[in-house]
Write a protein that binds this ligand. Structure first.
Ligand code: MLC
Ligand code: AMP
Length: 459
């Protein structure tokens, strides 16, 4: 599909960094071919996993596409993961090749442009495994097939009216669904230029809006843009579409952004296991606080207040974990998302809460169980409860409430004891308590803790 789109786009720029055209569509085939040939020379065979933990780069994107063409299974990892976390993923995915600190170096790969015959793959063959944490505290790999990715990309192309001349501002990381699939696939399928940013910088993004038409981001991006004095109607006059997702967009952010730009941000909802699931319409009402309608081909229903979904976008299960897959899957093939939702008579969905104990900070998922297990293992800790409370920039901020057996234990000692966890997962604040509030069943009352500390970050 990408090859077809590229041949139509011809000499149009594909990746642009600043004023540099890094690659045109005409060069894509041989550039990716060079990477694919290099992977094969290193011994990778169809079906092998290739694990990549690398700073965002054009080369990294080409490596992903090369992995698809060589019939490999791409396993991207957050660059914030520590060596200990990386070791877990290597053990679980058993990759043939590892591009990560201390392993293979992407920059040293001999990948001069070359012709490469794409390895044929069937629709159900795996294209990628994306790790997502779980309520048990252990990460598990969501297996995504070629058809999972392709079907979702095709639906979004139409739903969001990708069109000739579109230029995408690409600021998202390329180790998650949002940046790797939704944004990258969308642009590639449409033969669109990507203004390629290593990360989100509001000044740089605003400067690029004069030559762009589409932007995708997590709510934190929109919070930061809305707070920027440079966000004006003039600044966005070339823009066609702003998409938000990965975490709830506050109605206040939606309203602030509209007041300053005239644009109503299009909010959509998705997850690693299913790509994009629901979206507000392109034409028609974009209602803040809702995520719109199930995408064409996606079936959605609500059982016991929780959203369940089924469709061609739904993953093939958790890597080497049929028990967990079975736990989250109904006998009729519906997947239990863990998100609490309502559905209006016209089918419009609103996400109203989470049945799963999950925190989302700046669009990154953090499972409290994993953090609690790490904190509880620190000498001097009695027990802990990890919660998310409103945070003005990140949406939610991670907080740990900890009891101690050693009265001298302080915040620094706890943080030092959990240094094996990626920094973004570590609590921004550690609060010490005499005891954790429990209900009659002995269960920690996290709602009470969240209420008690809801103003901690002044959100
Ligand atoms: C960075 N930090 C975070 C953080 N990101 N802490 C909590 N949550 C986050 N998301 C910490 C760093 O560890 C560091 O801590 C400090 O903040 C500054 O780091 P930074 O890298 O300079 O931060 P910044 O560039 O401002 O990054 C924030 C961000 C980024 C929001 C721009 O996290 C981001 O791009 N998030 C997008 C994630 C994403 O792609 N989500 C999609 C998932 S797909 P210290 O203490 O060392 O200073 C999905 C499905 C779907 O969910 O529906 O799309
Ligand atoms: P992940 O596992 O990282 O793919 O994150 C998926 C989760 O992000 C979903 O299960 C939701 O809880 C949350 N999410 C994604 N988009 C939205 C949205 N628009 N509104 C509310 N929550 C969202």
């Amino acid at each position: 599909m990408f090859e077809r789109a590229a041949s139509l786009a011809g000499g149009a720029p594909l990746f642009v960094e600043g004023d540099n055209v890094r690659l045109t569509y005409a060069e894509l085939d041989r550039a990716v071919g060079g990477y694919a040939a290099a992977l094969v020379r290193l011994g990778a065979e169809p079906g092998d996993r290739i694990l990549v933990q690398a700073e965002k780069s054009v080369e990294g994107a080409l490596l992903y596409l090369a992995s698809l063409r060589a019939g490999l299974i791409y396993v991207p990892l957050n660059t914030a993961y520590t060596a200990a976390e990386l070791a877990y993923f290597i053990g679980d995915a058993e990759p043939k090749l590892v591009f990560a600190p201390g392993h293979l170096d992407l920059a040293e790969l001999d990948a001069r442009p070359a012709d490469f015959e794409t390895v044929a793959r069937g629709p159900d063959d795996l294209a990628a495994i994306l790790y997502t944490s779980g309520t048990t505290g252990r990460s598990r790999g969501a297996m995504l097939s070629h058809d999972n990715l392709a079907s979702n990309a095709l639906v979004l192309r139409d739903y969001w009216r990708w069109q000739a001349g579109d230029v995408l501002i690409h600021t998202l990381p390329i180790y998650h669904v949002h940046g790797l699939f939704v944004a990258l696939h969308g642009a590639l399928l449409n033969g669109s230029t990507m203004l390629w940013h290593k990360g989100f910088d509001a000044d740089a993004v605003l400067a690029d809006m004069a030559r762009a038409t589409v932007m995708m981001g997590v709510p934190t991006y929109y919070v930061r843009l809305a707070a920027h004095p440079g966000l004006t109607r003039d600044a966005v006059s070339n823009m066609r579409l702003f998409v938000s997702g990965s975490a709830p967009l506050l109605e206040a952010t939606f309203a602030d952004f509209e007041a300053k730009t005239g644009h109503r941000i299009l909010e959509r909802y998705g997850m690693t296991e299913a790509g994009m699931i629901c979206s507000n319409p392109y034409e028609g009402e974009r209602i803040p606080g809702t995520v719109g309608f199930p995408l064409p081909g996606v079936e959605a229903r609500i059982r016991e207040e929780v959203l369940e979904i089924r469709g061609p976008n739904l993953f093939k299960g958790y890597w080497r974990n049929p028990e967990k897959t079975a736990e989250d899957m109904r006998p009729d093939g519906f997947f239990v998302t863990g998100d609490m939702a309502t559905m209006a008579a016209d089918g419009r969905v609103a996400i109203v809460g989470r049945a799963k104990d999950l925190i989302i900070a700046g669009g990154l998922n953090i499972y409290p169980k994993e953090i609690e297990l790490a904190i509880d293992a620190v000498p001097g800790v009695g027990e802990s409860a990890v919660i998310g409370v409103p945070h003005p920039d990140l949406g939610e901020g991670v907080v740990a409430v900890v009891t101690r057996t050693d009265p001298a234990l302080d915040e620094a000692a706890v943080l030092a004891g959990i240094a094996d966890l990626a920094r973004f997962k570590q609590p921004r604040r550690i609060l010490f308590a005499e005891a954790l509030p429990r209900n009659a069943m002995g269960k920690v009352q996290k709602a009470a803790l969240r209420a008690a500390h809801k103003n901690l970050f002044g959100a």
